[in-house]
Design a protein around this ligand. Sequence first.
Ligand code: ZN
Length: 159
Amino acid sequence: MIEKDKVVQFHYVLSDDSGQQLESSHNGSPMAYLHGHKNIINGLEEEMAGKAEGDKFIATIPPEKGYGLRNDELTQRIPVKHLQGAKKWKPGMIAWIETDQGQRQVTVIKMGKFMVTVDANHPLAGRTLSFDVEIQSVRDASEEEIAHGHAHGEGGHQH
Ligand code: ZN
């Protein structure tokens, strides 16, 4: 059963509230995470608790328990030269910028010649998410995994 310090491998299909599929793990290896260590979004971790190998379920996660609500103040105009990650930029592309808190991912909204409007909200902020989950395996974490705070091996951290 899934509880703190278990390593869980699962397949998932992520859809938004209009039913559009955003991501799927089914064409690759299952995702692995260490339960109880905030490796995955809060709402999904809550739904996983108490489930077992072989369980299938759909979890609907509101933004507050997913990637947060959208904050309109995170949309700003910055110099184009601050964008990192590509040479040419188009609306919809994801860029990195340096901030006081380190690197941050932003979405390009509108390009000008010297200035660009970017949105620093997580791309899934403000969205209600639906995860169609299949639990593949549940096992005890190793001491090393608990010390690192994440799962090792297939679908987890490889180091
Ligand atoms: Zn590790």
